[in-house]
Write a protein that binds this ligand. Structure first.
Ligand SMILES: Nc1nc2c(ncn2[C@@H]2O[C@H](COP(=O)(O)OP(=O)(O)OP(=O)(O)O)[C@@H](O)[C@H]2O)c(=O)[nH]1
Ligand SMILES: [Mg+2]
Length: 1024
């Protein structure tokens, strides 16, 4: 990797929805330019980059991996990535290290959910994309479209992809799911629709050459440029003119030999766009000539002759028409040349790319200028500049980013490596070695060099207190990656992608490497989903516990996405992105990392607990907090404290917002200033870099409740809206805490102190800390309030009340962390907690008077906390409790004949179908549905079984949804009794069933229904 002109480097990744042909395309590039690691005959079949056994077995890619190619005088680092949703974190790690992305779309299947996701990922990381429309052969031989129909279809895909990117560009960001549902993709399928000429806007333009049409399986492909050059001499036009004309509504008038618009063609003629006439029709002819029984072999000869193709006669005489076709096509339009020519032309070299990616990689930090740190800041700025320029001089600061760690078996390392040092990589006797997947962004890295490893939380300005976020490590070896193969190199310059050995002990998932401590860490990567599928794991033989723990540690390091934790009940919990991911993790644990037999629990599903709100009338809902109805009252055992709790359900939008922004809110409440709050960028769903995140959040909070009450235009509606607005404004000034864990979607409001100035008992008033932090209240309001004790005579009691505030907040935190239904967190509730403290005299004397004062106080504080907790929990139970479950958004594809079986599977799993649509011109049906997470296990497998493998499903976590059922429903009214009897023969109460299952799992008491009418049931059974 010595002195290579770095303008000749390209770092690219291939991104697409699952199965759209990424690895197949990579095969061809490797066969042609990979230095002989793959024979061209095997290209497209071997799937070289899928070197893991599990990948070959399932025929899907599970990790991203890199390979270095030599194309003409260019050096190209190619990263193949997985398309399956379970491995989407690997897309993030691939995108971070690349400058360009080849985005593939299957021409038959079209744009799918992961296409949205990868386009978004490329956009976030500021990659330069090119579009590759793959599987063109399927349009010809499978769908049997005419060239004109095929053109319309291709045009539509390009249009759709451009639409997605332009939505990101204009910052109208929708989540993947929202954008899928909002654009009915079928409605632009009109045969004669024509584009509005806003070409300047479109990212992908075939006439500019950044769109390729390929068949990765047969190894051919082209861009408009290739045909323009070829026809230039034949048609006597310049290739530049042809390039513009070969896409869109441009026609060739054979008589005048002019390129004209549609109007320029005589009406009777069989006019078709030039792309159809000059590009697709010849392709179709070749396919038909080669594959159809009565195909005209003459056509093949003609192509061979006009393009001067050198094809050994032996190949042309092959009995298999497919083989003949392939040898002609891959020589006529060789895939790898065309793709790499496009890459070199349209994608930036690292120097250009880093100059504009810098704002994403190392965003400028606003720092309060404190004198002592100016040197640090100056050096950090030098480092940033050096990354921006991709400076590779030996004296430049070294900066690299590690986007993931991966494990390779020791025996896979190149021979002759010094094996003595492995202990530190492999933590003991393990046979695995951990390598860092990295890119050098500045300077030159040398094997043997010592370097600082900065975690994402590192802050160079905080000096000593940052010790735990910075380490020093030695880079033992540096490798160039060739898929699975590793080629040791002595050094690597800025702009290269490499693997590094020696950081196994220092990095868990990702990190920034730097030769100086005065450097900011790179911004965190954005992941599309969080690991949500959790299982508990234990060794079959308890004696193997040690091996399991070691195995989990190794797995946690080897997999960028898995999460390993020990639950409150001491179980080892493993969280994965989905079933396929989980299965691979378990297999890796059993066979590589722990090597013991394991017991895996059924998935642990999380729920939330809430109440049924008066959502039909927002004003009535708000009144729940002020009216005197439905108050829960608890008294502490010593009688000194009375707790009164009222509860209200928050508008759904507000709950969702609080939940999504928890990271940001944590930062704000934790006291970071606006500029420091970078997490707004990383939290899912908001990628707009706001000037002041606190202001932005405040506005979003107000908007969220506003959308709840503004509906209808009548006077009464308006009046109601106004009332709601005033009430909300008041409530927003009273936010004392959020829970659980200080950041959850539940509010603790301070009591309404109007007219409550009795001094005995004293009311704990609390402080609207959160309101102040979020900017609803000015900070000075806080001090003003607490000083206002003038009306109180008993100052000691007052002070005691004040000191008990933290007990109230803790009680609220405990209650919201574990609700009364099945000890799952609460969801979207606002509590007003009034705690009254009576003077000491009221305390019964016998209550352990001998204990010292402080201990007395400790006991009392605990009692207050418990009383608050119990009261909050009781308030939820009293007000129509409901269970909330997580929902997956699910995209299913199936041929029409299996539609029936697919719906049967869906209905067995409580799925709700939201959209179904025939894919135009294909026998495929696409269905979008919501499936409860609790019902999703084995879903994909069951679907495959029932549809003989023809249907496929992809799941992505979508939202939380309240089950409308009352978990404690028993028929009460006459009609209900008529319908359900006494309850014993009631249909399943799903909410109750789910609650009981969780309670059983947690070892909580479950009210089991004793069979009341055994005889009745027996007769029933006999009848069946
Ligand atoms: N007909 C046809 N099939 C293709 C073409 N390209 C790929 N395939 C097939 O599509 C399937 C998926 O190909 P892969 O290359 O594994 O797809 P991938 O995008 O790497 O899939 P993941 O990595 O799992 O997301 C394989 O069966 C390929 O043979 C093509 O141009 N035409
Ligand atoms: Mg693949």
């Amino acid at each position: 990797m010595g002195d290579f002109d770095r303008t000749k480097i390209r770092n690219i990744c291939i991104l697409a929805h699952v199965d759209h042909g990424k690895t197949t395309l990579a095969d061809h590039l490797i066969a042609s330019y990979g230095g002989g690691v793959l024979h061209p005959k095997q290209a497209g079949r071997l799937r070289y980059m899928d070197y893991l056994d599990e990948e070959q077995r399932r025929a899907i890619t599970m990790k991203s991996s890199s390979i270095a190619l030599q194309y003409e005088d260019h050096s190209i680092n190619l990263i193949d990535s997985p398309g399956h949703m379970d491995f989407c974190s690997e897309v993030s790690t691939a995108a971070r290290l690349s400058d360009g992305a080849l985005v593939l779309v299957d021409a038959v299947e079209g744009v799918h959910i992961q296409t949205h996701a990868v386009l978004r990922q490329a956009w976030i990381e500021k990659l330069t994309p090119c579009l590759v429309l793959n599987k063109i052969d399927r349009l010809i031989s499978e769908l049997r479209l005419s060239p004109m129909e095929a053109y319309t279809r291709l045009q539509r895909i390009v249009h759709e992809v451009n639409g997605i990117v332009s939505a990101y560009k204009s910052e109208k960001y929708l989540s993947d799911v929202d954008s899928l549902l909002s654009v009915p993709s079928g409605d632009v399928g009109d045969d004669n629709f024509e584009f509005v000429e806003d070409d300047e806007e479109d990212t992908f333009q075939p006439q500019k050459g950044n769109v390729a049409f390929v068949c990765a399986l047969d190894g051919w492909g082209f861009s408009i440029l290739d045909f323009a050059e070829f026809y230039a001499s034949k048609l006597g036009a310049s290739s530049a003119a042809l390039q513009k004309a070969l896409w869109g509504p441009r026609y060739f008038n054979a008589k005048t030999k002019m390129i004209v618009g549609k109007k320029g063609m005589s009406s009777g003629s069989k006019a078709r766009p030039m792309f159809v006439q000059f590009v697709l029709e010849p392709l179709w002819q070749v396919y038909q000539a080669a594959l159809e029984e009565d195909g005209d072999r003459g056509v093949l000869e003609k192509v061979i002759k006009s393009f001067n193709l050198l094809i050994p006669p032996r190949e042309l005489q092959n009995k298999d028409p497919k083989a003949v076709l392939q040898s002609v096509m891959s020589r006529w339009l060789p895939l790898s040349d065309r793709i790499l020519a496009m890459v070199v032309k349209h994608m930036p070299d690292p120097i250009t790319a880093q100059s504009f990616r810098i704002s994403r990689l190392l965003p400028k930090r606003e720092t309060l200028d404190n004198a002592g740190s100016s040197e640090v800041l100056a050096e950090a700025e030098v480092v940033r500049k050096s990354v921006e320029a991709c400076n590779s001089s030996p004296t430049a600061p070294c900066v690299a980013f590690v986007s993931k760690m991966f494990a390779v078996p020791l025996k896979m390392l190149p021979r002759g490596e010094d094996l003595s040092n492995y202990a530190d990589d492999a933590s003991g006797e393990s046979e695995e070695c951990f390598l860092a997947f990295a890119r050098v962004f500045s300077g030159v890295l040398h094997a043997g060099q010592r370097i600082f490893v900065l975690s994402a939380l590192y802050d160079p300005l905080k000096g000593e207190s940052m010790q735990k976020h910075v380490q020093e490590a030695e880079l033992q070896s540096i490798y160039l990656m060739m898929g699975q193969g590793l080629r040791p190199v002595a050094s690597a310059k800025a702009g290269n992608i490499i693997a590094i050995r020696g950081l196994g002990q220092n990095i868990l998932k990702s990190a920034t490497l730097s030769s100086t401590k005065n450097c900011w860490p790179f911004s965190s990567m954005v992941f599309q989903v969080a690991p949500t599928l959790k299982v508990a794991i234990e060794p079959s033989d308890p004696a193997d516990m040690g091996a399991l723990m070691k195995g989990l540690r190794l797995l946690n390091r080897a997999d960028p996405f898995v999460e390993v934790a020990v639950s409150a009940r001491g179980e080892h919990v493993l969280a994965a992105a989905g079933e396929v991911h989980l299965e691979r993790c378990i297999k890796d644990l059993k066979e590589r990392f722990a090597k013991v037999s394991l017991e895996v629990s059924p998935p642990l599903v999380s729920y939330k607990e809430t109440i049924e709100g008066e959502l039909s009338n927002p004003l009535d809902n708000l009144k729940q907090l002020s009216g005197s109805s439905e108050v829960i009252e608890k008294t502490t055992p010593n009688g000194r404290c009375v707790v009164r709790v009222k509860v209200m359900k928050l508008p759904t939008m507000l709950t969702k917002l609080l939940d999504e922004s928890s990271e940001l809110i944590g930062d704000i409440i934790g006291g970071k200033s606006g500029q420091d709050c970078k997490s707004l960028e990383t939290s899912r769903g908001s990628i707009v870099e706001d000037e002041n995140p606190i202001e932005a959040l405040k506005k979003r909070i107000i908007d969220a409740v506003e959308s709840d009450y503004t509906n209808g235009d009548s006077e009464a509606d308006k009046e109601r809206s106004e009332k709601c607005r005033t009430r909300w404004q008041k409530l927003f000034n009273r936010i004392w805490a959020l829970g659980p864990r200080q950041v959850g979607p539940n509010l603790l409001l301070t009591p309404d102190t109007k007219g409550k100035f009795d001094d005995s008992p004293v009311l704990i008033r609390g402080h609207p800390y959160v309101s102040v932090r979020l900017g609803f209240l000015d900070g000075s309001d806080l001090s003003g309030k607490s000083a206002d004790t003038s009306g109180v005579t008993d100052q000691t009691l007052w002070r005691e009340a004040e000191s008990l505030e933290s007990s109230v907040v803790s009680g609220f935190q405990f209650a919201t962390a574990s609700g009364p239904l099945c000890e799952e967190p609460m969801w979207g509730l606002a509590f007003v907690v009034e705690v009254y403290i009576s003077p000491l005299a009221a305390q019964p004397i016998e209550a352990d008077a001998s204990a010292p004062q402080s201990e007395q106080y400790g006991i009392f504080a605990g009692q207050v906390m418990t009383a608050v907790k119990d009261a909050c929990r009781a308030a939820l139970l009293q007000r129509k409790p409901r269970l909330v479950e997580a929902m997956y958004f699910c995209e299913l594809n199936t041929p029409t004949e299996h539609l029936g079986s697919m719906y049967a599977v869906l209905s067995r799993r409580r799925a709700r179908v939201v959209k179904e649509e025939m894919q135009e011109g294909s026998p495929l049906f696409t269905v979008h549905a919501y499936v409860p997470v609790a019902e999703s296990f084995g879903f994909a497998d069951e679907l495959r079984r029932w549809t003989s493998g023809a249907a496929s499903a992809l799941l992505v976590l979508s939202h939380w949804e309240t089950l409308p059922e009352d978990p404690f429903f028993v028929p009460k009214t006459e009609e209900e009794r008529e319908e359900f009897g006494d309850g014993s023969s009631m249909p399943h109460n799903t909410a109750r069933k789910l609650i009981d299952a969780v309670r059983r799992r947690k070892g909580l008491p479950v009210e089991e229904k004793v069979v009341q009418h055994a005889t009745k049931q027996r007769t029933l059974a006999r009848k069946v």
